[in-house]
Design a protein. Structure first.
Length: 186
């Protein structure tokens, strides 16, 4: 049995440090002959079929307008091998520099959207806007994944999870309870 934990008050504005739903991703976009990449730490799976992903993209971010206008993007999953690049991308303004060229990343042609895949990432998820009803009020996009590309190895890559203040956790250790899993309980 788990040990009872002693707790202390914590700023509610920092709750996300413990509740972030997923790994850091790089979102690539294209609009009117230009491309961009942004680092994003806030996204969540909303539905399995169709595959819907919710993402908060601040309206002051260059990618916000590009994605809003084009209606599409690619959510790319970097591994820890790209940690420094992920941080540098997040600290660079896309309207000032071509991030693919500046960071030496490979823009690969997507199959179903106009935004490029990032070749160095472990996985790429081509997305189209599924619902933009919450964009104006909350900067919250709901995307449908229309095509997925995943490297076969490693099966469980080491990914980055942002906890705030420039600190990341690394995921990659796998704990299986498959033998105890009972799908009928869902």
């Amino acid at each position: 049995m788990a040990k009872l934990q002693t707790k202390r008050d914590f700023p509610v504005s920092n709750a996300r440090r413990y509740l972030e739903p997923g790994p850091i991703v790089l979102v690539s976009s294209a609009w009117q002959g230009r491309t961009n990449i942004m680092t994003m730490g806030w996204h969540t799976v909303l539905e399995f079929s169709p595959s819907l992903i919710g993402c908060m993209i601040w309206e002051g971010n260059h990618s916000h307008e590009m994605i809003r206008e084009s209606g599409q993007c690619v959510i790319n999953l970097p591994t820890t091998a790209l940690t420094d690049t992920v941080v540098r991308i997040g600290n660079t303004k896309g309207y000032e520099v071509d991030k693919f060229a500046h960071f030496g990343l490979t823009a690969e042609k997507a199959a179903k959207v106009g935004a490029p895949l990032i070749g160095e990432c472990h996985a790429n998820f081509e997305c189209r806007i599924h619902d933009d009803a919450l964009v104006a009020r909350y900067n919250f996009f709901i995307f449908e994944v229309v095509k997925a590309h995943v490297a076969p190895s490693p099966k469980h890559p080491e990914t980055l999870h942002y906890t705030g203040d420039g600190v990341f956790m690394v995921a990659g250790k796998i704990i299986s309870r498959r033998a105890k899993f009972k799908p009928e309980m869902l």
